[in-house]
Design a binder for this molecule. Sequence first.
Ligand SMILES: N[C@@H](CCC(=O)N[C@@H](CS)C(=O)NCC(=O)O)C(=O)O
Length: 225
Amino acid sequence: MITVTAFKWVPPFASGQVRDHRVRWVLNEVGWPYEMRLIDAKTQKDPAYRAVQPFGQVPAMEEEGRPPLFETGAILLDVAERSGKLLPQDDAEKAQTRAWLIAALNSIEPFLANVAEVDFFMKDEDVKAKRRPDVEKMARQRLGELSAALGDRDYLVGDQFTVADMMVASVLKVVGHTDMLDEWPNLVAYRDRIFARPAYQKAVADQRADHARHSPADMKYGASA
Ligand SMILES: N[C@@H](CCC(=O)N[C@@H](CS)C(=O)NCC(=O)O)C(=O)O
């Protein structure tokens, strides 16, 4: 059986966004059964959990007979490769799919995450007001470049939905609290097309339901390992 780790609870703005939705989603897509292991802040610091996820983050994927796997990009590629789904058959297209998945994590997500960091985590209103235009400008640049690369195609590589589309669409969620995407109708249509997939809808609904069953007290913030 596959076990996926996730948090028991997160603040409402983050529910539906936590990266374990990517692992739930890919497993739903390929039809592999899994169970969730919901952890708290205390477990994050536990050496036993660090042996599973060296940074104490979620998600991780544990599976009998295999070393645990962390990093959502690695997990999506692993599941796609082993299932023979969500990757093109053609070698060159497969390589392009890996490139787009890594680009999502490496060349797009950090710029969008800067926007979210200012909006959700910066406390000082003066610093926030100064930094916001710069981070938005850089994020918009990446989104414009993504829009140009996608053009009028339905998916990023060939004519098939792949793990690259999963990761790029998931990364677009990071600025889902803004209207930034509206400047590029092809990106809005792309995101909506991908998020209409039942496997995605279930992943996010299940994550939200797990959070709704718990409270901040369940996270044991401040408790030592
Ligand atoms: N690059 C990692 C990022 C994982 C990550 O940032 N997880 C967040 C939740 S979305 C987390 O566990 N944050 C708590 C922490 O860093 O202590 C991945 O894609 O798996």
